[in-house]
Design a protein around this ligand. Structure first.
Ligand SMILES: NC(=O)c1ccc[n+]([C@@H]2O[C@H](COP(=O)([O-])OP(=O)(O)OC[C@H]3O[C@@H](n4cnc5c(N)ncnc54)[C@H](O)[C@@H]3O)[C@@H](O)[C@H]2O)c1
Length: 261
């Protein structure tokens, strides 16, 4: 018996990276996963793989910057299954690596739309169903960047800090409806997002990342997925309003990293 048997889960940005690992882990724990993404080819191929393994999975196109896409994703899931237990607001983009005064308004608004407004919208459309059911678990993807300072990532960190603040507020507001809202703050994780950052900013960034984490390495998406499964499962039935750091100790190290400056 899996830890998420008979649960219905939606994961945004599920075609690759951390969202892929979460979708895979949740499906293996018995959930019916609705994998959503903008990369339809990758998302559909992934869902085919899950189905061939005998797992319950559907792919739904959803650009989290589009209000209608999120509304449709949640409506379709509920229409098809009659319920909705787990929402993982995972999709986000990395726009940064530049001083805040060099960031354009366009970059700022794009980042806020994909990384923050998406979380508001996901919750906005999920909560009425969860309140009606009197149960639900929302897991929002924050970041170590919402806890610590790092050159060049002010806007990204601002969005992630807001995700954590909203998580706490919603935990308070919807706890009486038995809806739990938690977040996860990964440290540096080996995903396509970071492959792109390294391609843009150079290999010295990758070396600095390793040094920054007391565990002496960056993390794997599966290590974040394990935290998401836990927070979504009944094992976390008395846990809400928490930010679970999966960061190899990054947020508690006072270590100075000369390669970064
Ligand atoms: N990788 C890290 O080191 C790290 C660290 C802290 C937090 N995070 C957070 O974890 C989450 C996942 O990051 P990742 O590293 O797996 O990213 P990734 O870029 O490797 O994968 C993101 C996935 O989201 C999809 N996506 C991008 N824009 C989208 C949109 N508008 N609508 C829907 N889907 C979209 C992509 O197609 C891709 O499948 C993000 O919230 C990120 O901020 C990542």
């Amino acid at each position: 018996m899996g830890r998420l048997e008979n649960k219905i889960a939606i994961i945004t940005g599920g075609a690759d990276g951390i969202g892929h690992a979460i979708s895979d882990a949740m499906a293996r724990e018995g959930a019916h996963v609705f994998v959503s993404d903008i990369d339809d080819a990758k998302g559909s191929a992934f869902v085919d793989t899950l189905r061939r393994a005998g797992l319950k999975a559907d792919y739904v196109h959803c650009d989290v910057a589009e209000d209608k896409d999120i509304a449709d994703l949640i409506a379709r899931t509920v229409d098809q299954t009659g319920r909705f237990d787990i929402l993982v607001n995972n999709a986000a983009i990395a726009i940064g690596g530049m001083p805040v005064h060099e960031m354009t308004d366009e970059q700022w608004h794009r980042l806020i739309a994909v990384n923050l407004t998406s979380v508001f919208r996901g919750c906005k459309y999920a909560l009425p169903h969860m309140i009606r059911q009197r149960s639900g678990a929302i897991v929002n993807m924050a970041s170590a960047q919402g806890h610590i300072g790092l050159d060049g990532w002010t806007a990204y960190a601002g969005a992630k800090g807001a995700v954590m603040a909203m998580t706490r507020q919603m935990a308070v507001e919807f706890g009486p409806h038995n809806v739990r809202v938690n977040s996860i703050s990964p440290g540096t994780i080996n995903t396509p997002m970071n492959e792109k950052v390294i391609a843009d900013l150079g290999e010295n960034v990758a070396r600095a990342w390793v040094k920054m984490h007391p565990l002496g390495r960056i993390g794997n998406p599966e290590e974040v997925a394990e935290a998401a499964v836990y927070l979504a499962s009944d094992a976390a039935s008395f846990t809400t309003g928490v930010d679970l750091r999966v960061d190899g100790g990054l947020c508690v190290t006072p270590r100075f990293v000369p390669d970064l400056v």
